[in-house]
Design a protein around this ligand. Structure first.
Ligand code: NIG
Ligand code: FE
Length: 412
């Protein structure tokens, strides 16, 4: 199947040669072509340029995008899209004054989601999760990292991995699976955390490696969850199975998780609502992408990642949804791009770079995703009529997406 899109008002994030990351000041540059076309064949971007240079390519299907923009699909590098049920009642508890920590201490939070997931069949878990993935695609997301972490037993974690594998097989979206081995300490291990870490390192990681689905290892490095030492033990074992870290750090407290991630060559360190100078120094000259999750800050009412400090220090930044039932029950990347501008003072250029090429980097796929480049995957957003890409973050909570092309297939 070949698709030609013509008369595009702005073709956004165009790069002649492949780029894999945008850092510091360069994040404020977002290359565009005005009055442009793009041509794709099967799952690949073949050609693009300005209409004035268009030499009349014949395609099986042509879309006239007059007055509309075309961008690379969003790359959402941090989600927990596979989960069972929801946590609406805890949402109401929080409105009535309980904190996220208080709810977790009463056996709510991650433990609540784990109980529901353990009691949900694999088929039902797949159906609930696949429905969410389809909604994400409609909102413009074409590549999605999905974590386990709501299993909290070897059996339930493997069930999550199999569900992620099936989504990967059946969805047109690019799916990147992560083993979130250490998400919370199950009630039965409350005073025996060491035993749970043993279960993770001696049983879960080897069993997960056997399934050969997960690309990355994750842990929630946080007070009341997993310490620096716990996290390091897990990362060291995971490294033997070629699982590179992408870790939850600095959400509520600074424990040194960023330096730990950098030491273990993490692909990304995520959350960073709390951040100090040492953290910023640790990230310099590393290959680790800092990832901010503004939807989580919005929903929990916690600080936003001080993204300006990161970018102004010359570092790159990615933004992601953190889509999960507890701290960010929305997978809408359009909102995340808005929140990054409104609440973290990113320019639209920085936010779109953070949500495309840098999001792709934070999944290890920026050689094939995250920009309009010849040879990259045909994952595109065609917007509703608008004049400029800045309208995407400006009109917050609007849906800017009219159509998407995912893996070369048109979804209208
Ligand atoms: O990224 N912080 C840890 N994990 C998730 C939330 C988990 C939950 O509340 O279910 C997060 O925010
Ligand atoms: Fe998360």
């Amino acid at each position: 199947m070949s698709i030609l899109i013509t008369n595009i008002k702005q073709l956004v994030q165009v790069h002649d040669s492949s780029i894999s990351i945008v850092e510091g000041k360069n994040m404020n540059t977002l290359p565009i072509l005005e009055n442009a076309y793009v041509y794709i064949e099967n799952d690949t971007i073949i050609e693009f340029g300005e209409m004035k240079d268009f030499s009349g390519i014949e395609a099986e299907y042509t879309i006239d995008a007059s007055g509309k923009l075309v961008l690379p699909s969003w790359c959402d590098s941090h989600t927990h899209t596979v989960y069972a049920g929801d946590r609406t009642s805890e949402f109401v508890d929080r409105i009535n004054g309980l904190s996220y920590a208080e709810i977790a201490n009463r056996g709510g939070g991650i433990l609540n989601s784990a109980k529901t997931l353990q009691n949900t069949s694999e088929e039902a878990l797949f159906n609930q999760s696949m429905k969410r993935v389809n909604q994400l695609i409609e909102m413009g997301t074409g590549a999605i990292e999905i974590k386990t972490g709501y299993g909290l037993t070897v059996e339930a974690e493997l069930k999550m991995l199999r569900v992620i594998k099936r989504i990967k097989q059946e969805s047109q979206a690019k799916i990147i699976p992560t083993l979130l081995a250490a998400h919370a300490i199950p009630a039965e291990f409350r005073n025996k955390k060491e035993d749970y870490i043993k279960l993770i390192t001696e049983e879960l990681i080897p069993a997960a490696a056997e399934l050969n689905i997960a690309h990355y290892i994750d842990a929630f490095c946080e007070e009341g969850y997993f310490s620096i030492e716990d996290t390091e033990t897990i990362l060291e074992v995971a490294a033997k199975y070629n699982l590179r870290p992408k870790i939850h750090v600095n959400q509520f407290n600074i424990l040194g998780g960023i330096a730990l991630g950098v030491k273990h060559n993490a692909l990304s360190v995520d959350h960073l609502e709390e951040l100090n100078k040492d953290d910023i120094e640790a990230l310099k000259n590393s290959e680790t992408m800092p990832v901010a999750l503004p939807g989580c800050s919005f929903f929990l009412g916690i600080p936003y990642t001080p993204a300006r400090q990161l970018i102004d220090a010359g570092l790159p930044l990615a933004i992601a949804t953190d889509y999960n039932p507890g701290s960010a029950p929305s997978g809408n990347m359009n909102f995340v791009v808005s929140a990054a501008c409104v609440k973290m003072n990113l320019t639209p250029e920085e936010a779109i770079n953070a949500a495309t090429i840098n999001g792709a980097y934070a999944m290890g796929i920026s050689n094939m995703y995250g920009s309009i480049t010849r040879g990259k995957k045909a994952n595109l957003i065609i917007t509703k009529p608008m004049n400029h890409y800045s309208e995407i973050p400006y009109a917050y909570a609007h849906n800017p997406v009219e159509k998407v092309i995912v893996n070369g297939l048109l979804h209208e």
